[in-house]
Ligand binder design. Structure first.
Ligand SMILES: [Zn+2]
Length: 164
């Protein structure tokens, strides 16, 4: 079926570990205790959730199928580059993103001062205006793996429309 829009959902989480970089939406943040995200690529949990949502909307499976963590090519990979490649793959099957909404679940640091830059970087990676990308912040209220600062999680919803 062609025409109309589709939506996809994405979820990701990564472990917080001492000494690793904390990259969200392509922006490196500083955690007050020096914690960062552990993963095969750059562990950008927010960008990974957006990639999964985009692939989902385009009916292309998930991030693990496209960029397997067993592949040395993706060790330390820039997740924004993987997002740009996902946009190309979605376009190849007839879909382009028109709107992105996200929620980052992280106890510290506060996202507020970084949110505008993260939004711009995600928007640029998928070819949208800043106003077509939204980033919300949520904490774990001290409970669960987010609240105990064992990890950071992110959710994304991406809406796609047929490539003109
Ligand atoms: Zn991930």
């Amino acid at each position: 079926m062609t025409g109309g829009t589709r939506t996809g959902i994405g979820w990701d989480s990564h472990r917080l570990t001492p000494g690793a970089p904390l990259i969200l939406g392509g922006v490196t943040l500083t955690h007050p205790d020096g914690l960062g995200l552990d993963g095969h690529s750059d562990a950008d949990v927010l960008t990974h959730a957006v990639i999964d949502a985009l692939l989902g909307a385009a009916g292309l499976g998930d991030i693990g199928e496209h960029f397997p963590d067993t592949d040395e090519a993706f060790r330390g990979a820039d997740s924004l580059a993987l997002l740009r490649e996902s946009v190309v793959r979605a376009a190849a099957v007839g879909w382009r993103p028109v709107h992105i909404d996200t929620t980052v679940m992280m106890e510290r640091p506060k996202l507020k001062e970084h949110r505008a830059v993260m939004r711009s970087r995600l928007a640029a990676a998928v070819g949208l205006e800043d106003g077509e990308v939204n980033i919300k912040a949520s904490t774990g209220e001290g409970i669960g793996f987010v609240g105990r600062e064992e990890g950071v999680a992110a959710l994304a919803v991406v809406t796609v429309t047929p490539v003109a």
